[in-house]
Design a binder for this molecule. Structure first.
Ligand code: 3PG
Length: 209
């Protein structure tokens, strides 16, 4: 039986989503995130160097690192081989879920509708990523979607920033909140690790009761 995503999270509720163009910067990024108090991060498979970034960040220690934007079984395999402790998908894909089960790694499928949520629950995934959370209607949509499914836990992601964080975290159905606002493409392009540390620390502070 694969451990759940919640046990991998160990209580942390902020999930920086990282799309890293230059794998050589992974160590600096890991240092900035851990200095800001991050205890986990999602490295997306949207760049050719994602595996290298995952390996470097997993080896850095101090953070539980998973893979995001995992669309295929092959990516799931490569992610886990590189050290991913969990797998996130933007959508619901049975093949990705089956592969993650086989690999023994928690998987968080993306959902945007009640139908997709029902499929995910039936497949045994009780934690789902509400994606893209803000364009879908934000907290209001999350509450409406969560109401018939009290067993479901959500990791809303997509268009969320510090100004909206508290409203999501206050919802009991929300396990954690994901987003790139702490380490955006612009921050990474500028190499602004001090700002990444600051924004991470700010998010961590807001997430601590
Ligand atoms: C993701 O991959 O989860 C999202 O693209 C992150 O969304 P954001 O960039 O709007 O925070």
């Amino acid at each position: 039986m694969t451990a759940g995503f919640d046990s991998v999270l160990r209580g942390f509720r902020i999930l920086p989503v990282l799309t890293v163009p230059d794998p050589a910067t992974a160590r600096l990024l890991a240092e900035a995130l851990t200095a800001g108090g991050a205890r986990g991060a999602e490295v997306t498979f949207r760049t050719p160097g994602a595996e290298h970034v995952l390996k470097t960040m997993a080896a850095h220690g101090g953070m539980t690192v998973g893979a995001g934007t995992v669309l295929t079984q092959d990516q799931a395999e490569r992610a886990v081989a590189a050290g991913a402790r969990f797998v996130v998908s933007p959508g619901y894909d049975e093949e990705v879920i089956a592969k993650c089960r086989e690999l023994g790694v928690p998987v968080v499928p993306g959902i945007a509708t009640a139908t997709e949520l029902m499929r995910a629950l039936r497949a045994g995934c009780d934690t789902v990523k509400l994606f893209p959370a803000e364009p879908l209607g934000g907290v209001r949509t999350l509450k409406a979607l969560a109401a018939p499914f009290p067993q479901a836990r959500f990791v809303p992601t997509g268009g969320i920033d510090i100004s909206r964080l508290a409203a999501y975290l206050a919802d009991p159905a929300v396990l954690a909140v994901g987003g790139s606002w702490m380490a955006s493409a612009a921050h990474l392009a500028r190499g602004d690790y001090e700002e990444i540390r600051r924004l991470t620390a700010e998010a961590m502070e807001r997430s601590t009761p």
